[in-house]
Design a protein around this ligand. Structure first.
Ligand SMILES: C[S@@+](CC[C@H](N)C(=O)[O-])C[C@H]1O[C@@H](n2cnc3c(N)ncnc32)[C@H](O)[C@@H]1O
Length: 223
């Protein structure tokens, strides 16, 4: 399910400024105002945006940010956001780690993070790229408000078990744990990948992990 390079989409992400925050020329004040205006949730790796477009239409009183590292995919996603007319989605094109670090440095916190069908990066030497590896987990625990959650879905058994271990290792409270997730929660929507995996009969793994007072926020606290 690789997306081929599309020049129009890369041009779109470079030229269209609406509904977008650029990491290269980051407008911190505007970003702060956006996330402080309404409860604001972040999806990391939205793909072409089916999930966020559905959720944002269903919850107009919340704001949403999507952060997508691939330029072609970002361009396609931004185009869909613009065409939807929805006013409660902003896209950041780039590695979430950079956006997350900016948020940590500026003490910006949010009430939830969505990780939908993140790339599993099965090889040990690529572990740091997994969106539930230590570096990313420390960012999440710092940018989440107390009692806020990481909403995780995946098709991949090994990556799901690795991520579940990470949520526990960082002292998140895993409040929902489903190894055959079928009926969508109210605060959820189908993603492009999820639809394809379901059609192929692959079981969806889903965990909701809540930040508590005991959640690890500093690298020195890690065992
Ligand atoms: C397997 S796709 C899943 C897309 C979508 N969430 C879905 O379920 O249909 C994973 C997406 O995460 C993006 N991604 C991977 N690492 C990322 C990172 N560090 N920051 C932002 N996006 C990332 C990839 O470019 C890709 O679009």
């Amino acid at each position: 399910m690789r997306t081929k390079f599309k020049q129009w989409a890369v041009d779109y992400i470079k030229n269209e400024q609406n509904n977008q925050y650029s990491l290269g020329n980051f407008d911190l004040e505007s970003f702060k105002n956006y996330i402080n205006d309404k409860k604001t949730f972040i999806e990391i790796g939205p793909g072409k945006g089916q999930f966020i477009l559905t959720l944002a239409a269903k919850f107009p009183d919340f704001n949403f940010i999507v952060c997508e590292i691939n330029e072609t995919i970002s361009g396609i996603c931004l185009n869909k956001i613009d065409e939807s007319g929805l006013k409660n989605i902003r896209l950041v094109c780039g590695d979430f780690f950079k956006l997350g670090e900016l948020m940590v440095q500026n003490h910006l916190q949010i009430p939830g993070i969505f990780l939908n069908f993140s790339d599993p990066w099965p090889k040990k030497r690529h572990e740091k790229r997994r969106l539930t590896s230590d570096g990313f987990m420390l960012v999440y625990s710092n940018i989440l408000l107390l009692n806020s959650s990481i909403y995780f879905k995946s098709d991949n058994d090994d990556f799901s078990l690795y991520s579940l271990d990470q949520f526990k290792r960082f002292n998140f409270n895993v409040i929902k744990k489903d190894f055959d997730y079928n009926k969508l929660d109210n605060f959820d929507a189908l993603t492009e990948f999820e639809e394809k995996f379901k059609e192929s009969g692959i079981k969806i793994k889903r965990f909701v992990s809540r930040k508590t007072e005991k959640t690890i926020t500093k690298v020195e606290e890690l065992a």
